[in-house]
Design a protein around this ligand. Structure first.
Ligand SMILES: Nc1ncnc2c1ncn2[C@@H]1O[C@H](COP(=O)(O)OP(=O)(O)O)[C@@H](O)[C@H]1O
Ligand SMILES: [Mg+2]
Length: 337
């Protein structure tokens, strides 16, 4: 895949004025994915080349307190938000950085917000003819006032099993699989802890989970396709982060799928990221019906998991861009936009 991974944006002319680039790494944050951010940021900070960068970790507490005054962000050449979920990956931090005029890694306000909200993201995909699993969107108010009615709609239009997920979250926080109406009630209560808006989605049968990494500003490149084989019934929080060693979920790079299918999925990944306006970086996740071969776009992550064993960097490593070079590229892309 070196044709697609070939370097367009060169490594930043870091030492143009003889000094190292001052990079702030934002991590922690207020979302349910705080812990995941700690893991991602530790890897990023470890791998940023200290001959090129002067790295300052900027911790954000669960309560939203920043380790430095916000105005001090202006002192940096570039900010790398390694924040997952709401209040970090959703356009809020991107809006702040845009306002104060500091370049930052990853998608801007619109791409971040569209990527964060699973309901809006799916509407955008559907509007452009890209395949998404059938779902309905339910608001807290609707559920609290007419749960029985919603449950009968789900039974008639979506069926069981179905997935119940908060619209704005990630890392499978709040996501459950409901096999009947009773489990739908339990799942709704769980999802509503995290968001006022919930997706109830048809389960893709025999689901295979395929993922593609995307990189670039105006011209997006796609990595090879990877596949995840979850250690549990689905790829829930425990399957992602808690199961270790023998019991861990599997990452298969490249995914064992025919070339033509991989090609189509990579094209769809670039199209999805372009439509969502997710410049810089994104990981686009697919669900494929393992029997029929039907493919659905599941979601996009504009700040994907970033440990050195995470799918986003591993897909690039397999496509010819090792971890620390990937960080160089992302910083160069941030400076270029
Ligand atoms: N429609 C679906 N069919 C089959 N599995 C699903 C479906 N939706 C979600 N899942 C499972 O739940 C996991 C988490 O859902 P996802 O939409 O990716 O949310 P998150 O943003 O939290 O990762 C997926 O990786 C997959 O294992
Ligand atoms: Mg996911």
């Amino acid at each position: 895949m070196s044709d697609h991974a070939s370097s367009k944006a060169q490594s930043p002319e870091l030492a143009a004025h003889g000094a190292k680039l001052k990079v702030a790494v934002l991590y922690g944050g207020q979302s349910g994915e705080h812990e995941v951010s700690l893991m991602s940021a530790a890897s990023v900070m470890e791998a940023l080349d200290d001959r090129k960068y002067e790295v300052t970790p900027v911790f954000i507490s669960r309560a939203g307190e920043w380790a430095i005054p916000l105005d001090d962000l202006r002192k940096f050449d570039v900010v790398f938000p390694v924040l997952h979920g709401p209040m970090g990956e959703d356009g809020t931090v991107q809006g702040l950085l845009t306002l104060i005029g500091v370049p930052f890694v990853g998608a801007g306000v619109v791409g971040s917000a569209v990527g964060m909200d699973k309901a809006i993201f799916k509407d955008v995909m559907r509007a452009h003819g890209l395949p998404v699993a059938k779902h309905i969107v339910v608001r807290r108010r609707q559920w609290l006032s007419a749960a029985e009615h919603v449950a009968s709609l789900v039974t008639a239009q979506i069926g069981f099993p179905c997935f119940v997920k908060p619209a704005n979250m990630g890392s499978s926080v709040g996501v459950t699989k409901a096999k009947d109406v009773q489990q739908l009630h339990v799942g709704m209560a769980e999802a509503l802890k995290w968001d006022r808006k919930v997706l109830i989605e048809q389960a893709v049968p025999h689901a295979r989970e395929l993922e593609v990494s995307v990189l670039g500003n105006d011209e997006l490149q796609a990595s090879v396709v990877g596949e995840i084989t979850p250690s549990r019934e689905f790829y829930d929080y425990a399957a992602k982060y808690l199961d270790k060693g023998e019991a861990a979920s599997g990452l298969h790079i490249p995914a064992p799928i025919p070339d033509a299918l991989a090609h189509r999925i990579r094209e769809m990944a670039v199209e999805a990221a372009t439509l969502a306006d997710a410049r810089g970086m994104a990981r686009v996740d697919f669900l494929m019906n393992g029997e029929s071969g039907e493919v659905f776009i599941n979601e996009i992550n504009t700040i994907p998991g970033f440990t050195d064993i995470s799918m986003y960097p591993k897909l690039w490593a397999a496509s010819g861009i090792p971890y620390s070079q990937l960080l160089d590229r992302l910083i160069a892309l941030a400076m270029e936009k």
